[in-house]
Design a protein around this ligand. Structure first.
Ligand SMILES: Cc1cc2nc3c(=O)[nH]c(=O)nc-3n(C[C@H](O)[C@H](O)[C@H](O)COP(=O)(O)OP(=O)(O)OC[C@H]3O[C@@H](n4cnc5c(N)ncnc54)[C@H](O)[C@@H]3O)c2cc1C
Length: 519
């Protein structure tokens, strides 16, 4: 490594770790390092960002900051616009090199990164970015993507630098509080923290036995809370890298295969499922990477043209957002999410699909609300999933969920529903998911349903079918498939027995005419 004279700034964003941190290792090998984190007030005021995100981010920042200090170069925290902060540092000490991980974030961070690149060009500062998600920067099509991701996942993990040489001129200041960023309490009682230690512990317990029930337990919000890996928050803060997790799972799988089945703490299939999901993570983030405006534009032009905005005070949106729709299982899921910041995949899909199909709300409005509520908000997974669960892609079989059936299947004893909707306490189990059938909607403090779920789904199907008959719909679907479709298998199903029909481009259009409704 050629030594660098001058200050190398390593810009930390959502990569709050010191292991498998290529920018840090690269800089450490070349000379003095200034590890920088900028808390950007403008970012923290965005409509898809929330207090719980900051609580999660701050805990991971505290952890990485301690680690960096132990290695010799404390984290330098500043509040402001990144370009302004970099201008000041450059004026004070002269930046020789800027290093960071590529970020596939929301539209705001996409534009912010363009401004940072322009700053570097203006001052002739080399800006080196490293991949941490396995996506192909700006890729326009999907051919050979899986092979690329496979190479990324098995490449060597960057080792933590043995020591860092600090830049003495940099003043260390404390991390801002939520208050200082203008953030208010958002009702999350105790968000799961996305620290490195939390991720390593979760991985250990998963492999030691917690993952034994992974495939069966993941569909219910009750068992999902313990059966799922729960790695999403630490992956979102970047306290642990997806490559580190995958390599740990690959190694665990190898030793599991050599262990007699009766001595295995978790079945091989559980590891395979988790590994597959971590691949999906990359697959989904690639969609936003290839089309950065997916948070504001539908994948499919026909759906984009048909969109109608939902006002923030729309009564159906407000009822859905705060768990007051009168449909017990939807309300239980939303209230649980507000309080905990987490929900399992199936229930995320159900609440999003219910908002878009049965309530006919704009996916942008419901998607923003969910983004704020998920403490693991990852724009590259979130926006493509929001669109997929709202039937906006044209390349996935639209799936409508019947919340009554989901409640009966996933919460047969009503434990989850009663815990989050205590007003239903006097309602017998037999009608817990359909209290309106017996009471005529006449419960003291619980609303009558704002829609009848099955009839509303039928109307949504009719609307969708009419759209799909529009001239040019199929051709546009093929174009979406070329750019975003998996060449490997269907990715719209979290179910272990999900079909594995590889969607050939020619077939994908006809697949569109199928609709699924779980009544
Ligand atoms: C509308 C909607 C929005 C979502 N928004 C987010 C989000 O903002 N952040 C987020 O991390 N996940 C999101 N997901 C995907 C998924 O629900 C969560 O990753 C998962 O519930 C997190 O819990 P876990 O870590 O225990 O996941 P596990 O089921 O144990 O999966 C392990 C990891 O695989 C990845 N993963 C799992 N399922 C998917 C999937 N369907 N697509 C892509 N990657 C997946 C995640 O990184 C996850 O942490 C969303 C799903 C839907 C339907």
């Amino acid at each position: 490594m050629t030594p660098v004279t001058g200050v190398q700034v390593v810009w930390f964003k959502r990569d709050l770790r010191t292991c498998d941190h290529a920018p840090l290792s690269d800089a450490a090998a070349a000379g003095p390092v200034l590890p920088l984190y900028v808390a950007e007030p403008e970012y923290w005021r965005l409509p898809d960002v929330s207090t719980r995100h900051w609580i999660v981010q701050r805990a991971a920042l505290e952890e990485v900051s301690q680690r960096l200090a132990a290695l010799g170069a404390p984290l330098i925290v500043r509040v402001g616009r990144v370009v302004d902060v970099l201008e000041k540092i450059h004026a004070a000490v002269g930046i020789a090199r800027l290093l960071a991980h590529e970020e596939t974030g929301n539209l705001w961070t996409f534009r912010r990164d363009i401004a940072v690149r322009a700053f570097c060009r203006r001052h002739a500062i080399p800006f080196q970015e490293f991949s941490q998600t396995g996506v192909i920067r700006g890729a326009g099509a999907r051919d050979r993507w899986a092979a690329h991701f496979g190479r990324f996942a098995s490449a060597a993990v960057a080792t933590e630098p043995a020591r860092l040489v600090a830049v003495s001129a940099a003043k260390v200041v404390a991390l801002p509080t939520a208050d200082m960023l203008g953030l208010q309490d958002d009702g999350c009682i105790a968000p799961q923290l996305g620290t490195r230690q939390a991720a390593l512990d979760l991985l250990d317990t998963f492999l030691e036995g917690r993952g034994a029930n992974y495939r069966r337990g993941m569909s219910s919000p009750l068992s999902g809370a313990t059966s799922c890996s729960r790695l999403s928050v630490s992956l979102a803060t970047g306290a642990v890298s997806v490559r580190e997790v995958l390599q740990r799972l690959y190694a665990a799988r190898r030793s599991l295969v050599d262990t007699p089945p009766e001595f295995r703490a978790v079945p091989v299939t559980a590891l395979d499922s988790l590994i597959a999901r971590l691949h999906w993570r990359g697959h989904f983030i690639q969609k936003l990477e290839s089309e950065p405006n997916l948070e504001v534009r539908a994948f499919h032009p026909v759906h984009q043209a048909a969109r109608t905005a939902t006002a923030p005070d729309d009564p159906a949106l407000v009822a859905w957002a705060w768990g007051r729709t009168g449909v017990p299982f939807i309300d239980a899921c939303m209230r649980s999410l507000i309080a905990t910041g987490w929900l399992n995949f199936r229930m995320r899909a159900m609440v999003q699909a219910f908002a878009s199909y049965q309530l006919g709300l704009d996916w942008r409005a419901s998607g923003e609300h969910l983004a704020r509520l998920f403490s693991d908000y990852e724009p590259g997974i979130h926006w493509p999933q929001v669109q997929m669960q709202s039937g906006q892609t044209g390349i996935n079989t639209p799936r409508m969920y019947n919340p009554v059936k989901q409640g009966l299947d996933q919460d047969p004893d009503g434990v989850f529903t009663r815990a989050w909707v205590p007003e239903l306490e006097p309602v017998p189990l037999a009608i817990l998911q359909t209290p309106w059938l017996a009471t005529g909607g006449d419960l003291p403090s619980y609303p009558a349903p704002i829609v009848e779920p099955v009839a509303a789904a039928r109307r949504a199907k009719e609307r969708l079918t009419a759209l799909r008959r529009a001239a040019g719909y199929r051709d546009a679907s093929l174009a979406v498939f070329q750019k975003h479709g998996s060449r490997k298998r269907r990715l719209d199903d979290d179910h272990p027995r999900g079909k594995r029909t590889p969607p050939k481009p020619q077939r994908s259009a006809s697949v569109q005419l199928t609709l699924q409704f779980d009544d």
